[in-house]
Design a binder for this molecule. Structure first.
Ligand code: FAD
Length: 473
């Protein structure tokens, strides 16, 4: 390797300059740095909302790199072939990236590392997506954790290294490789008319993520223990999409949370615990990859879930037209903002899997398509947790009552009015935006009558309990 050979930095879910171990390693090498992003099968298979959000993230990240004297090289194709070609074109002898932990990414990266190492390139991977890498957290018996609380106890006092600062400038190569134009990737293609609405509600990029973290810690975290459940409030960090794409690193959030805790802000510990739920999701995904596509508890394999996504009650669920206000409000929040409050996610997931006795995979896939903060591990874990088939799940016989939950967490009905227009003389702007965000062919209008429940709260609970009582768990 010569002193001037460039290093390729392959960005994936780490679209940031600060707290980025792979980027820092490339800069410390001293030679030119070539940032790249590859549109491979993993990108092409993203659902419409996460793909659109990624397109926005790449745009903003490209600008941040340009401000640091660099540029993002975009290429399409099989990742191994693209990396091989770029190394040949640029004379790079070293490629670095931050590790990912879903099974498809692990398989891809392992193959690439073996092939390119054989070809004489130096391949280095770093831990930047998580605080505690799944292979580094073991039970006393050397196994993995299946329950969150002991996992939390195992990691909470561990040292987490301080987030690295962003390099001021990135040394450029003598000549930049050719790159594709982001606009040609049409990342917004499948979002259709929803994109315009969702963009009003979405903040993008590393600077926005840091601002949001600062705001959360100065204004919100103190009361987070209770505000996090009040669905109408700005009571959570709203960092999930930033974390999912790596616009902010978990170490940055962890250390900022620790500082808030030391400053005596009581909600900060709960925030740290939530960050560790994200870690736990990846821990489970890494050790039990079937989390993504099979019942985590195998005894659920024989449960007679409804698997027909065209059934009218399931269609009503997808459209936010079940006649159950909490469910409908939350589903509409997702179409308009691209995210959904955590309490809403639990309620809609419970209603689909318990009241409608429908396979959690149908709901998970719907979220895969519609969430801008989509994360494979958190989404799969959240769905299986809600259905009762998952690790550390809510007990299958605990069926959330969406009516009493609404009374508890939205007593003044602000959330419901924010998202439901039908039957209101003066619907809110956001409630009306739903009708502009959904596909036109659904044929819905704010002047439609609000539907009667497809399955009532009490009736659905009794039906679910009856179905469970016939099972041998
Ligand atoms: P905060 O309350 O501020 O929490 C801070 C961070 O901790 C979040 O940004 C997130 O990274 C992490 N976190 C919080 N709660 C959880 C949790 N239950 N599981 C894992 N990590 C958590 N989260 C996603 O990021 N992507 C998903 O695709 C996703 N799908 C979900 C599906 C279902 C059915 C359920 C029940 C939950 C899902 N979650 C998902 C978890 C959670 O709802 C969101 O992380 C949270 O609502 C994001 O809002 P916030 O950033 O304001 O969270």
């Amino acid at each position: 390797m010569t002193d001037t050979a460039p290093t390729l930095v392959w960005f994936r879910k780490d679209l940031r300059l600060g707290d980025n171990p792979a980027l820092r390693a490339a800069v410390e090498e001293g030679g030119p740095v070539i940032p790249i992003f590859i549109r491979d099968g993993a990108v092409d298979s993203l659902g419409p909302a996460p793909k659109w959000r990624l397109g926005r993230a790449l745009d903003v990240f490209g600008t941040a790199l340009a401000e640091a004297g660099s540029r993002l090289t975009l290429r399409t194709g099989d990742a191994l072939e693209v990396l091989r070609a770029l190394a040949a074109e640029t004379g790079a002898r070293r490629i670095v990236w931050n590790r990912l932990y879903d099974p498809a990414a692990i398989a891809r990266d392992t193959t690439i590392k073996a092939a390119l190492t054989d070809e004489g390139l130096a391949i280095e991977s770093y831990g930047g997506h998580l605080l505690f890498e799944p292979m580094g957290v073991k039970t006393g018996q050397g196994g993995y954790y299946r329950v969150y609380s002991p996992f939390w106890r195992a990691v909470k006092d561990r040292d987490v290294s301080e987030p690295g600062v962003a390099p001021g400038t990135l040394p450029p190569p003598e000549a930049w490789p050719e790159r594709e134009a982001l606009s040609d990737w049409n990342m917004d293609k499948s979002m259709r008319r929803g994109a315009e609405i969702v963009s009003e509600h979405v903040c993008v990029g590393e600077a926005a993520a840091r601002q949001r973290l600062d705001h959360f810690l100065s204004e919100i975290v103190e009361g987070y223990d209770s505000s996090r459940d009040r669905v109408a409030e700005d009571g959570t960090s709203r960092l999930s999409a930033h974390l999912a794409l790596g616009e902010i690193g978990p170490r940055t959030c962890w250390h900022a949370g620790l500082r808030a805790l030391h400053d005596g802000k009581p909600g900060a510990e709960t925030f740290l615990k939530e960050l560790v739920w994200r870690e736990f999701a990846y821990h489970l995904l890494y050790h039990t990859p079937h989390l993504l596509h099979d019942n985590w508890r195998t005894e659920w394999a024989a449960f007679p879930w409804n698997k027909d996504e065209t059934r009218p009650d399931v269609l009503a669920w997808t459209q936010g037209r079940t006649g159950i206000e909490f469910v409908d409000a939350a589903m509409r929040e997702m179409y308009v903002t691209g995210t959904m409050h955590n309490r809403g996610r639990m309620i809609v997931a419970s209603y689909l899997t318990k009241h409608l006795l429908t396979d959690w995979k149908i709901g998970m896939r719907w979220f895969d398509a519609h969430l801008v903060d989509w994360d494979p591990a958190s989404n799969a874990m959240g769905w299986q947790w809600s259905a009762g088939s998952g690790p550390d799940a809510t007990p299958y016989f605990r069926v959330f009552n969406p009516v009493t939950q609404l009374e508890k967490f939205d007593p003044r009905r602000v959330y419901v009015d924010r998202w439901i227009a039908e039957g209101r003389a003066r619907p809110t702007k956001t409630a009306l935006q739903y009708f502009d965000a959904i596909p036109a062919h659904w044929g819905l209008s704010p002047s439609d009558p609000y539907p009667v429940p497809v399955v009532g709260a009490k009736e659905g609970r009794e039906r679910a309990l009856e179905a469970y009582s016939n099972r041998d768990f």
